[in-house]
Design a protein around this ligand. Structure first.
Ligand SMILES: Cc1cc2nc3c(=O)[nH]c(=O)nc-3n(C[C@H](O)[C@H](O)[C@H](O)COP(=O)(O)OP(=O)(O)OC[C@H]3O[C@@H](n4cnc5c(N)ncnc54)[C@H](O)[C@@H]3O)c2cc1C
Length: 392
C-alpha cells in the first residue's frame, strides 16, 4: 500500500479516523515501540480506495470552525463539581446540560488498567469518570462510529477531546450535524500510555500496593494546581506535587509527548471545535476578584452553536467576559506547539531497556530538590498562613 501516504508516522496523531472510515476494515490499529497507537494497512484487505488518506486530518487542511471568538472566565457554581474538575468545572456544566436533554456525552475516562480511553455516557452518575484531565494520550476506540450512530438517531451528542481528536471526528463524519457539539482543550501534548503504565508499575513497587485510583488534578490538599492524588489498594493515599513526581515533571517539561505534538497544527487560535476549554492560569493578574482557589476555566466560544449552548448554561456559572490575548499570556499552546526537548528521543529509546528507577534518574533527568520535597509536605492553605504570619 505504498502509494497511499497514510503512514508517515511522525505526523500521525493516532486519532483512529482512518481505521473507522475504511469500508473494507483494512486498517488495523497497532502500538508502536513508544506505546502510541497508529494505523497499519492490511495489504490483503486494502482495495486502494484512498478514503483514509483523502480524509486524514493530518494530510489535509482542516475545517476551522472559528466563526467568532468570545472568551469568558468561568466558574461552575456547583462547588463540589468544580472541586472535582481540573479548572473551573466548565466541562461539567456543558455535559450536564446535554445529559439533562437526553443527550450523550463522549469523553476520556481511565479504564481498569488506569489507561485513558474515550467512552460515551448518558447518565449523570457516570460524569465523574470524564471529569479531570488525564495527561496521557486517550484511545478514541470506536467512538467516532458510535457518535455517528447517535447523531443519526437524532440524539444530542457532545464529543470532547484534544483538538486532533475533534479534527478526526469531523473528518470521519464529513458532514454537519445540528445535534453535535464539540469541545476541545488547549493541549500541551500527550505522553504514551506505555510510559504512564510503567510509571504506575513503579509506584506500585515503591509503595508495595496496587494503584487503584489516579487523579492528575486533585484539589483536596493544595486547591487549583498540579497535585496528583493516588489511592493504593492498602487504602494509603498520596498527594504528590508535579515538581516532585518524575512522570508529571517530564510531562510539564514537554519531554514525553507524541512526536507530532511538537508540530501540532492545532496549537493556535484557529480552533476546530465549538468550544475550547483551558485553565485560566493568571486570572489573578487580570481580575483578582474573580480568582478562586478552587479553579477558573477559560472558555473560548468559537461558533454560533457553541454560543447557543453556552448561553443556556450561563445561569449555572459565575463568569466574566475576557480576551483571548489574556488567556494566551500563560497558555502558550494557544499560540504555538510545545518545544521538543533534547532528551525526548532518549526517553523513548531507553524506556524498555532500563529498570524504571534507573530510567527516571538517567533519562527523565529527574532530581527533585529538597525545597520542593518539603513544600509537598505542607498543604497550600497552611503555607499561605505561614507566609502571612511571617509578613506580620
Ligand atoms: C493532555 C491534556 C493537556 C492539556 N494541556 C493544557 C494546557 O496546556 N493549558 C491549559 O490551560 N489547559 C490544558 N488542558 C486542559 C485543562 O487541563 C482542563 O481539561 C480544562 O481546563 C477543562 O477543565 P474543566 O474544569 O472545565 O473540566 P474537567 O472536568 O477537568 O475536564 C474534563 C475534560 O477533559 C477531557 N479529557 C481529559 N483527559 C483527556 C485526554 N487525555 N484526552 C482527551 N480529552 C481528555 C474529558 O473528556 C473532559 O472533556 C489539557 C488537558 C489535557 C487532557
Amino acid at each position: 500500500m505504498n502509494n497511499i501516504n497514510l503512514l508517515d508516522k511522525r505526523i500521525c496523531t493516532g486519532c483512529r479516523m482512518c481505521e473507522q472510515i475504511c469500508p473494507f476494515e483494512a486498517i488495523k490499529i497497532v502500538k508502536n515501540a513508544e506505546g502510541f497507537i497508529e494505523p497499519m494497512i492490511m495489504q490483503d484487505k486494502c482495495k486502494m480506495c484512498g478514503l483514509c488518506a483523502q480524509n486524514c486530518p493530518q494530510l489535509n487542511s482542516n475545517k476551522i470552525n472559528a466563526q467568532m471568538q468570545v472568551v469568558y472566565a468561568v466558574k461552575n457554581k456547583n462547588l463540589e463539581e468544580r472541586k472535582q474538575s481540573s479548572s473551573g468545572g466548565a466541562f461539567s456544566v456543558l455535559a450536564n446540560y446535554v445529559l439533562d436533554n437526553n443527550g450523550i456525552v463522549y469523553g476520556c475516562a481511565l479504564n481498569n488498567d488506569l489507561l485513558p480511553e474515550h467512552i460515551a455516557i448518558s447518565d449523570k452518575q457516570e460524569l465523574h469518570k470524564l471529569r479531570g484531565s488525564k495527561y496521557v494520550q486517550s484511545d478514541t476506540k470506536n467512538t467516532y462510529k458510535e457518535a455517528r450512530k447517535d447523531l443519526n438517531n437524532g440524539q444530542i451528542v457532545l464529543y470532547s477531546g484534544t483538538p486532533c481528536q475533534i479534527a478526526g471526528l469531523k473528518a470521519f463524519l464529513d458532514k454537519e450535524y445540528k445535534n453535535l457539539i464539540t469541545i476541545d482543550l488547549v493541549c500541551h501534548g500527550v505522553p504514551s500510555p506505555k510510559l504512564f503504565r510503567k510509571y504506575l508499575d513503579w509506584l506500585e513497587q515503591k509503595y508495595k500496593a496496587k494503584v487503584i485510583q489516579y487523579e492528575f488534578r486533585n484539589k483536596e490538599k493544595n486547591g487549583w494546581g498540579l497535585t496528583s492524588k493516588i489511592i493504593f489498594s492498602n487504602n494509603k493515599i498520596k498527594y504528590i506535587n508535579a515538581s516532585i513526581d518524575p512522570y508529571y515533571n517530564a510531562f510539564l517539561k514537554s519531554d514525553t509527548y507524541r512526536e507530532v505534538c511538537y508540530s501540532c497544527k492545532y496549537a493556535n487560535e484557529n480552533r476546530v471545535s465549538d468550544i475550547t476549554l483551558a485553565d485560566y492560569w493568571g486570572i489573578q493578574d487580570k481580575n483578582i476578584e474573580f480568582y478562586d482557589e478552587n479553579g477558573v476555566s477559560a472558555v473560548i466560544i468559537n461558533t454560533k452553536r457553541g454560543m447557543e449552548i453556552f448561553e443556556k448554561v450561563l445561569p449555572k456559572c459565575d463568569y466574566v467576559v475576557s480576551k483571548i490575548s489574556d488567556v494566551e499570556e500563560k497558555n502558550h499552546n494557544l499560540k504555538t506547539p510545545s518545544m521538543r526537548s533534547n532528551i525526548r528521543n532518549d526517553i523513548y529509546n531507553q524506556l524498555d531497556k532500563k529498570e524504571f528507577k534507573e530510567f527516571i534518574k538517567e533519562n527523565l533527568k529527574f532530581k527533585p530538590n529538597l525545597k520542593d520535597i518539603l513544600k509537598n509536605l505542607v498543604p497550600t492553605a497552611l503555607k499561605k498562613q505561614i507566609k502571612k504570619f511571617i509578613r506580620k
